[in-house]
Design a protein around this ligand. Structure first.
Ligand code: PLP
Length: 371
């Protein structure tokens, strides 16, 4: 016997979602963004599952790339933020990585380095996110300098990130895209612009490369779902069980601080999952869960190792009942991580990347084998 909390990772769903992203952009290459341990799903396992489909992967730092290389992944890997220190360049070269550059000092470092073979470089422009990238004023000079150093850098691409591709209101997105299109034309540059929401909703932003991340894991990043995003399948299912039941009269407080008070005679299920596993402590009363495939809700504050749910309306539920905190129940019922995130005043990204190492990951390729 062991604690019943596990994260089931459906690698078929991951492949399905990747193929969906690829199918939406038939004239682009789609690299799979697997930074932050593949958004909490396990970077190496996800890379292995996508290795025959994705022409390249993207991570946030060289340590993440090293993990993949040590695991035998030999596809190109892009460093989305480039390098943090000039002394990373020899490793970038020996690991065969592609790097973004967003700052003058990175360009200086590349110019001062003598690689045996030129390093593929993606030049990041700040087109309106105002986080990383070269301004309009400096972009052309940087581009020309890199272009003039074919012994050091090659495969220049224009890269940029959208601030509002998920929003229904398109004005700011279109302003960014217009600027990028103008510069791509002026520099005759292939582009890499689209994240998941742009991949799903803005085909006009698809470039030589796209960079879908969250959609690969089955979360819908759009404010208003579309036909494509409705085709995504959840990859992670966070599953546990009820380990105890409380039968309470009306007016009884449940959990720390007594935040939830039984409105009537109630049955409370105690579930083995808490913020010590990464389940968000900000989850409000009423946050949905699935108990044996039926919807129920959180009642009371999340503890470190446990949380409490109201099973008054589910007379068959009891000790040992299956609890899905997000993902897909074996009955076929789905509770999206996006819906749970809304009840926690957050986004799916933080719930998925926030899953802690204490939770064992169980990988499978065929849903029916997993149960
Ligand atoms: C994380 C990241 C992505 C992927 O974004 P999603 O919203 O998860 O699709 C794309 N580009 C950059 C630069 C990123 O940092």
């Amino acid at each position: 016997m062991s604690r019943p909390l596990i994260a089931k990772i459906d690698l078929d769903a991951l492949r399905h979602n990747y193929l969906l992203a690829q199918g939406l952009a038939p004239h682009s290459q789609s690299l799979a963004v697997i930074k932050a341990d593949a958004y909490g799903h396990g970077a190496l396992a996800c890379a292995q599952a996508l290795n025959d489909l994705a022409p390249a992967f993207a991570v946030a730092c060289i340590e993440e790339a090293q993990t993949l290389r040590q695991g035998g992944i030999d596809k190109p890997i892009v460093l989305l933020e480039g390098f943090f220190q000039a002394d990373e360049l020899p490793l970038i070269e020996s690991l065969g990585l592609w790097t973004a550059v967003h700052s003058e000092w990175q360009v200086e470092a590349l110019m001062a380095y003598r690689p045996d073979r030129p390093i593929p470089v993606w030049v990041k422009m700040d087109s309106g996110m105002h986080r990383l990238g070269f301004s309009e004023q400096s972009l052309e000079g940087i581009w020309r300098r890199l272009l003039d150093a074919p012994d050091r850098v090659c495969d220049l691409h224009l890269m940029s990130h959208f601030a509002t591709a998920d929003a229904l209101e398109p004005r700011y997105f279109q302003r960014q895209l217009q600027l990028l299109n103008d510069w791509a034309t002026a520099l005759n540059a292939p582009t890499c612009l689209a994240n998941s929401p742009a991949t799903l909703a803005w085909p006009e932003s698809h470039g030589a490369w796209n960079r879908p991340g969250i959609m690969l894991y089955g979360s819908d990043p759009l404010e208003g779902a579309n036909d494509a995003s409705r085709g995504l399948r959840p990859v992670m299912t966070l599953r546990s069980e009820i380990i105890a039941v409380q039968e309470l009269g009306p007016g009884e407080p449940v959990g720390y601080g007594g935040r939830w008070i039984t409105p009537a005679p109630s049955r409370i299920g105690v579930v083995a999952a808490g913020y010590g596993d990464g389940y968000d402590r900000h989850a409000r009363d009423g946050t949905p869960v699935l108990i044996d495939g039926q919807r129920s809700m959180l009642a009371g504050k999340v503890s470190m190792d446990m949380l409490t749910v109201d099973i008054t309306g589910l007379p068959d539920a009891g000790i040992g009942s299956r609890v899905i905190l997000w993902g897909k129940d074996e009955s076929g019922a789905v509770l999206s991580v996006d819906e749970v995130a809304r009840h926690c005043d957050t986004i799916s990204y933080t719930l998925l990347t926030g899953l802690l190492p204490r939770v064992p990951r169980h990988y499978f390729e065929d849903w029916n084998e997993a149960v």
